[in-house]
Design a protein around this ligand. Structure first.
Ligand SMILES: [Zn+2]
Ligand SMILES: [Zn+2]
Length: 383
């Protein structure tokens, strides 16, 4: 790679990353970030368009052939930043605490590099800048709007900052790599009455506590112990006062599933079990499940090819296989359902590191930007 060119690109990327960092936007509502991406692509003379309101797609290289897709996400989180950085968020209670500012800067950095020798690209390259990764999801609407279609995309990579790896390092993982995240609300209906005469009522609190306990047996007794499943109850609300039997309790939580072929089964069994437990306590339960992203499955062969390339170009000590998947979720999973895809974990831990992603003190080492940008550019050139 042309290291002199990378030296020119690094401060350009840092500047873009800091601009995005100061102005975090949430969900699908990322107009300022999308504008900045478009202005940067204009500066580089790269053709681009918006295929959804705040989703930007750019095309590079030849028009014909099967494209490789490089994805970055652009949205922040509703977190109040506590880093004291000179370029801290200027928007109260919003922060780029998941490093998506860095992903966007890295993909623009790769575009900069590729733009200097675009004629050397042997196949089309699709650059995808999506909003809404933290929810409600920008990848699926962009797929529906045709991001994979013209030119046809046949393989894809994303990057994500990894706050457990040192800067300069990249981690890869193949197979089910991230979980399906599904939210639920359970409404438990009993019958109120005097706390001194439980036989005259139906206690929604006792039924709820049985539901909370009973659902964990799905994890411990019905799931293969080597396949990960998490059922977390996050909130519980109900009741009036000490001596009144509660007639209603509402529970909410999340179900995280790693195996793609188990999602339907587990969610169905969960609803069934909740209903049956409520019934056995003479109560009634309504279960509503809001399905989230599917599990992200990284294609084994494609991951091997990407890993071999990065080892060859960045040095074998810079690239490592991660030992475990994550129960976090990622909407790049929808792309991985359609074409071979993989996630590159870009290490960001440096001397000033405090806490990991989603923390109000998350601070990445900006030297990592060049590693991520190089990885994108290498995949575009060689695979
Ligand atoms: Zn996140
Ligand atoms: Zn993220």
């Amino acid at each position: 790679m042309n290291e002199t060119l990378w030296e020119e690109i690094q401060p350009w990327m840092v500047n873009i990353r800091r601009q995005i960092h100061q102005q975090p936007e949430l969900g699908l509502n990322t107009p300022k970030t999308a504008d900045l991406v478009e202005r940067s692509l204009d500066e580089l003379g790269i053709h681009h368009c918006r295929i959804i309101e705040n989703g930007v797609v750019a095309q590079m290289g030849p028009k014909e052939g099967e494209a490789v897709l490089l994805r970055a996400d652009m949205d922040g989180l509703p977190v109040a930043e506590q880093t004291n950085l000179p370029f801290s968020s200027r928007v109260p209670n919003r922060m780029h605490a998941c490093g998506h500012d860095a992903h966007t800067a890295m993909l623009l950095g790769a575009a900069y590099y590729l733009s200097r020798s675009e004629s050397e690209l042997t196949h089309p390259v699709t650059l995808m800048f999506q909003p809404g990764e933290e929810g409600p999801g920008g990848a699926l609407p962009m797929i529906e709007a045709g991001v994979l279609d013209n030119p046809p995309v046949s393989r894809a990579v994303m990057t994500h900052v990894d706050s457990e790896l040192p800067w300069g390092h990249i981690g890869v993982f193949s197979g089910p790599a991230m979980a399906s995240a599904n939210d639920f609300t359970i409404k438990v209906y009993g019958q109120g009455g005097h706390g001194a005469h439980p036989q005259l009522g139906v206690d929604a609190i006792v039924a709820s506590s049985a539901i909370i306990q009973g659902c964990q047996t799905l994890v411990s007794r019905e799931q293969n112990p080597v396949e990960s499943l998490v059922i977390t109850f996050g909130t519980i609300h109900g009741g009036y006062r000490e001596n009144v039997i509660a007639d209603y309790v509402e529970l909410t939580g999340t179900i995280r599933i790693l195996s793609p072929d188990k999602v339907d089964l587990i969610l169905e069994r969960f609803s069934q079990l909740v209903g049956q437990i409520a019934q056995s306590y003479r109560a009634k339960a309504d279960v509503e499940i809001i399905r989230g992203y599917p599990p992200l499955v990284a294609d084994a062969q494609w991951t091997n090819r990407v890993e071999a390339l990065l080892q060859r170009e960045l040095g074998p000590q810079s690239v490592r296989r991660l030992s475990a998947p994550s129960m976090g979720a990622e909407d790049f999973a929808y792309i991985a359902q359609r074409v071979p895809a993989t996630n590159l974990h870009v290490g960001v831990v440096g001397p000033n590191f405090v806490r990991g992603i989603h923390s109000s003190q998350f601070n990445l080492d900006e030297r990592a930007l060049i590693t991520g940008a190089k990885a994108y550019a290498l995949v575009a050139y060689y695979l």
